[in-house]
Design a protein around this ligand. Structure first.
Ligand SMILES: Nc1ncnc2c1ncn2[C@@H]1O[C@H](COP(=O)(O)OP(=O)(O)OP(=O)(O)O)[C@@H](O)[C@H]1O
Length: 70
């Protein structure tokens, strides 16, 4: 039986995206392959289990992007 944490149906995907496939899961959430409905662009969306995890990861990625562009 599929583990609940690996089931994309239990996670919200923004309505402008269509769910294509489940990609993988980490300690803090899942990653799904999606297609943007208006442009057809393929993207990976990470859905964190808790908003605190998302906030922390966005903060860390922001630091990485800033460091990379300096
Ligand atoms: N942008 C991406 N494109 C394609 N696959 C991705 C992308 N981001 C993550 N993945 C896949 O989804 C899986 C889960 O990613 P996730 O970031 O949730 O966990 P992780 O990389 O194992 O780290 P952690 O457990 O610390 O969160 C990854 O192992 C990888 O296979």
């Amino acid at each position: 039986m599929e583990e609940e944490s690996s089931n994309p149906d239990v996670y919200p995907i923004p309505s402008e995206y269509e769910l294509v496939d489940f990609v993988g899961s980490g300690d803090f959430g899942i990653v799904v392959k999606c297609k943007k409905r208006d442009t057809g662009e393929t993207v990976a969306i990470k859905v964190s289990r808790l908003v605190q995890y998302a906030t922390r990861e966005v903060g860390l990625l922001t630091i990485c992007v800033k460091s990379d562009t300096q």
